[in-house]
Design a protein around this ligand. Structure first.
Ligand SMILES: Nc1ncnc2c1ncn2[C@@H]1O[C@H](COP(=O)(O)OP(=O)(O)OP(=O)(O)O)[C@@H](O)[C@H]1O
Length: 989
């Protein structure tokens, strides 16, 4: 936390996480610094004048430098912050203790390991900071209005500055609202979607008095805002007029700044696993307290020296609380992240990887994610005089008609680097017309003063001379860009040589129909539409209107809502909606891994239903219940209806206004497991308003969410999280951004290299990345679980063993600790972390991975090599390396006890390892590991029984030792063995 209270001209403020908080004396609170207070009207921006020098200085003091500075923390600072981490403090404490206890080798080794891990951590933190700095930092020179238009460094910009957008593009260094001209931008840095987006000027109510002066909001006016970090590809301008924008927000207050802040200071994730592990460490600490009291009493009774008592007592804490636990638990994440990179999945938030292991629900966007993006145009159905004509597959046969002109003009395609780019749907539609598109040149004479994009037929028999005035050329003079919320886009065009302008609108059939004159809509509109959507086709409608009596200026200033009404319906475009080849197998695999799948789309409900059946999100035998909230009249509470839909037709059956068991019975659903709910965005909004108590029930069984606006997608994820689901989201477009950020794990399918849109970005544009992410998440989580359990079991085993040794007045030596802690732990953690890469998610798949035997091999190694070596060393080195007598030990009998204890330590560890490795991944239980687990347990029990009940008479006689005398001793050992088993078992369940 970086709090530094200061004063700027009697204003008290402090900064925290790159944001300033100012003192508000009237409310007596600190309030977050905002660029504007949200009560500004749109006309305010159009009245913006240049800022005076004094005002600029004042604002610069207020808002600071306009830069998103990610500092690479100096090594010394990082070192201090890392060393002050409680676990390192504990480690330092332990090392000092061990040195004092003369465990030089052991303390030395731990010191070396800690230094290495600290250096690696510092190196990695700095590399990450450097990469982030490289991605986000940027300054540029910007033309800004100060006295006159001058070139200034972008760092000096303040909110309120008027800037000019350069003609050939730039990268935005602030958030700014566009006042004049159009800009084509690529927002992939923020949204992951690399389709060019057209930004239009903010409506100016002063120029059009009929226009209400709405209050400005970032969400409502986002299509007029150029966001920081986005790439402005081209600007369009009026003659030699400037393309102007007003700076809205600077530095970390910008949209990009917010995203960078969320990476620099991630929200603490409420993950049960990390909470539980802290609780468990606390329990371990309590156990060590008990051990300390026991040692204290024992050693005081025995009359040991104060120093020895002090050292032995504290030593117990370092045995019970494993200081390397947090570091060991991240091993799985490191392996998983590297493996994801190999699969072309980039992760900017590694801590999300463990969360992916817990995901139990995955939401998918439809278009571009489950289905192909560049859908083939199947045909068109024209409407003439309010009647649908026959479907026409060959667009060339349409002839010159309004529908064809609509197809040729109503898009936001643009030429970038000589290539036509834009929305894949727009591209398919335009390609079908076989027209060509010319970007504006310098010549302004032909279309008044604006530089329009020109479209014209490319077939030679039609074009006589592409540069002469021919009535086949159409200029697109204004564009209202596509918005998911509005479900439509429109253009204002003028055919060359004609006086009047025309408006073409295309969008979802429901939306277009609602904007058309009733008499222009065919009577069988719903019927024809359903006939296509039921088959899963994507249907787009076109409409038209002649803007007679409107001059150029009026057309340029007119408000969108006022233009897009009283349209004449032109017809429907039918597009194929093909599933990607990967979709069905991946959905199947997710289902067999017990992960729920949900479709949340902006598309039509019937299309979504059909795709859901096709991709097997809903099985053919399963039912779908459509949830509808219908307003009968404005003043009364809307009615909640449950209707019944199946894959061949939709039967509408009103049931009841409440959802309960009776409703389901009334719907004829006897098997309550076999139905899914579906709802549209419109009903969802009303449901939230009037029936919010139904939402938790709905989302538990909801599978299809259609015609959902971007913020509703986000609401759905939140609703799922509220009822306890761990939710993943996979999407490809800007309309999925909010949902991707909100989900526990968001995967954006994007080609953008440096996108900060979601924690995961997959370059493969299909949903196979979902399985990879879940699989790696599970592998990382299981590794963390396994290592956690292993370390807990092992430190408890060691603790009990050492307590017994204290009883005899002995302790393990430097070498014994070294062997157990270093060799075993390191080799096992690494083997474990590495081996958790399995090829399938599904629990029942009887598949034996090539890597599966590795943990078993490691156990076998311990069994067949390490134990005998341990014994041999003990035999031939007069037991020195293994025991440290704490009190002069005259009685040779004790040596025998000590041997038993060491064997116990090893065999308990062996059992623990066996349990952890073989049972750690329940969803991947392989035939091999099940048997291995059983065999391991049987062997371990046999060894324990043999060692404790018939302690190696041959060995004893070989070493000329006496047998341990008492039965109590054997009883004690057996007791410890049972406790160990119980512990392992409890940890496992
Ligand atoms: N370029 C476009 N021009 C006009 N209308 C469009 C365009 N793209 C989509 N639409 C219409 O707007 C609706 C909403 O679009 P949106 O992008 O929110 O979702 P989607 O593309 O249909 O599906 P998904 O959310 O699964 O990606 C679409 O169903 C379609 O009818």
């Amino acid at each position: 936390m970086n709090h530094n209270a200061s004063q700027v001209r009697n204003i008290r403020y402090f900064s925290n996480k790159k944001i300033k908080y100012l003192w508000n004396s009237s409310s007596e609170t600190f309030q977050k610094l905002k660029a504007h207070d949200g009560k500004i009207s749109c006309s305010f921006f159009h009245q913006t004048q240049e800022l005076q020098a004094e005002e600029i200085t004042r604002r610069q003091q207020f808002y600071g430098v306009n830069a998103i500075v990610v500092r690479v923390t100096p090594i010394i600072k990082l070192l201090f912050t890392q060393v002050l981490n409680p676990f390192y403090v504990f480690q330092i404490f332990s090392v000092i203790l061990w040195f004092n206890d003369e465990y030089y080798y052991y303390a030395g080794c731990i010191l070396v390991v800690s230094i290495i891990s600290l250096s690696v951590q510092i190196y990695e933190t700095r590399t990450m900071q450097r990469t982030l700095k490289h991605t986000v930092t940027g300054t540029d020179n910007v033309t800004v209005l100060r006295n006159e238009y001058t070139l200034e460094s972008s760092e000096s910009l303040v909110p309120g500055d008027v800037i000019e957008m350069p003609r050939h593009g730039c990268t935005m260094q602030c958030d700014a609202v566009l006042l004049t001209g159009n800009c084509i931008v690529n927002e992939s840095m923020l949204t992951g979607e690399s389709v060019p987006v057209t930004k239009t000027p903010l409506p100016n109510p002063r120029l059009t008095p009929s226009l209400p002066d709405k209050s400005f909001s970032m969400a409502d006016h986002s299509r007029h805002i150029l966001f920081c970090g986005t790439n402005v590809i081209q600007t369009r301008y009026y003659g030699d007029h400037r393309v102007k924008a007003v700076v809205l927000r600077t530095g970390f207050l910008t949209a990009k700044g917010e995203l960078v802040r969320s990476i620099l200071f991630p929200k603490p994730v409420d993950f049960k696993f990390s909470q539980d592990s802290m609780k468990f460490i606390l329990v371990l600490a309590l156990i060590s307290m008990a051990g300390m009291i026991y040692t204290l009493v024992l050693m005081i009774e025995r009359g040991d020296t104060t120093k020895l008592i002090f050292l032995r007592t504290l030593d117990l804490i370092t045995i019970v609380v494993p200081p390397a636990l947090p570091a060991a638990m991240t091993i799985g994440i490191v392996f998983a992240q590297n493996r994801l990179k190999l699969q072309n999945i980039f992760c900017i938030s590694p801590r999300s990887i463990n969360l992916c292991g817990a995901l139990n629900t995955f939401c998918f966007d439809k278009t571009g994610t489950l289905t192909e993006d560049g859908l083939d145009l199947l045909g068109v159905v024209l409407s003439e005089s309010g009647t649908f004509q026959n479907e026409e597959k060959n667009i060339a046969k349409l002839g010159r008609c309004a529908f064809l002109y609509g197809m040729a003009t109503c898009h936001s395609l643009t030429i970038i680097d000589t290539e036509l780019t834009g929305d894949p749907l727009d591209k398919k539609m335009f390609d079908a017309t076989q027209w060509t598109l010319d970007e504006p040149g310098e010549d302004t004479s032909r279309y008044d003063v604006f530089m329009p994009t020109i479209v014209r037929p490319s077939t030679p028999d039609v074009v006589q001379d592409s540069h002469s005035l021919t009535d086949n050329q159409i200029g697109i003079v204004r564009q209202f860009p596509f918005s998911s919320n509005l479900q439509r886009m429109s253009v204002i065009v003028r055919t060359l040589g004609q006086k009047n302008f025309d408006l073409y609108v295309k969008g979802s059939p429901e939306m277009i129909a609602s904007l058309c004159k009733a008499d222009s809509i065919p009577k069988d509109f719903q019927q024809i539409l359903s006939s296509y959507t039921l088959q899963g086709y994507r249907v787009i409608a076109l409409a038209w209107k002649s803007l007679k009596k409107m001059g150029y200026v009026k057309v340029q200033r007119a408000q969108r809502e006022l233009m897009e009404k009283d349209l004449s319906f032109l017809g429907l475009m039918i597009l194929e909606n093909r599933l990607k080849v990967e979709t069905v197998p991946i959905i199947r695999e997710l289902h067999s891994a017990n992960i729920r799948t949900i479709m949340v789309t902006g598309d039509n409900m019937l299309t979504a239903l059909s795709v859901a059946y096709d991709c097997r999100m809903v099985q053919p035998s399963e039912h779908i219940i459509l949830t509808q909230v219908v307003h009968n009249s404005t003043d009364e509470q809307p009615a909640l209806r449950w209707t019944y839909a199946d894959n061949s037709s939709m039967r509408v059956q009103e049931v009841s206004t409440r959802m309960n068991r009776h409703d389901l019975v009334a719907l004829d659903i006897d098997d309550t497991n076999r139905f899914h709910f579906a709802i549209t965005g419109k009903s969802w909004a009303l449901l939230r308003q009037y029936y919010s108590h139904v939402i938790p029930k709905l989302v538990v069984r909801g599978t299809i969410f259609a015609r959902f606006a971007p913020e509703q997608k986000q609401q759905l994820i939140e609703a799922l999280q509220e009822v306890g689901y761990y939710v993943g989201m996979c999407g490809d477009g800007a309309n999925d951004c909010g949902a991707l950020k909100t989900a526990h794990a968001g995967i954006s399918l994007s080609e953008a290299e440096a996108s900060v849109a979601s924690p995961f970005t997959s370059k493969e544009a299909n949903i196979s990345c979902v399985c990879n992410v879940v699989r790696e998440g599970r592998a990382a989580l299981v590794t963390s679980f396994g290592i956690f359990k292993f370390m807990a079991c092992y430190s408890l085993t060691q603790f009990l063993s050492v307590c017994i040794l204290y009883w005899f007045g002995a302790n393990l030596t430097d070498f014994t600790f070294l062997y157990i802690d270093m060799f075993l732990l390191t080799s096992l953690s690494i083997t474990f972390g590495y081996t958790q890469a399995y090829p399938r998610l599904v629990p029942k798949a009887p598949q034996v991975s090539l890597l599966a035997p590795l943990p078993i091999l490691s156990i076998a190694l311990q069994m067949c090599v390490v134990l005998p070596v341990q014994l041999l060393v003990w035999l031939f080195t007069t037991r020195q390396p293994w025991f440290e007598p704490l009190v002069p030990n005259e009685d040779e009998d004790y040596t025998c006890h000590e041997v038993t204890v060491v064997f116990l330590v090893s065999s308990f560890q062996y059992v623990t390892t066996a349990v952890v490795f073989s049972k750690g991944a329940p969803y991947r239980k392989t035939v091999f590991s099940n048997y291995a687990f059983l065999i391991n347990i049987i062997i371990a029990i046999a060894i324990n029984v043999y060692l404790t009940m018939y302690p190696f008479e041959w060995l004893v006689s070989l070493m000329e030792l006496k047998l341990p005398p008492s039965l109590e001793f054997r009883g004690l050992i057996v007791g410890v063995a049972i406790i160990n088993f119980l512990l392992c078992y409890l940890l496992e369940v």
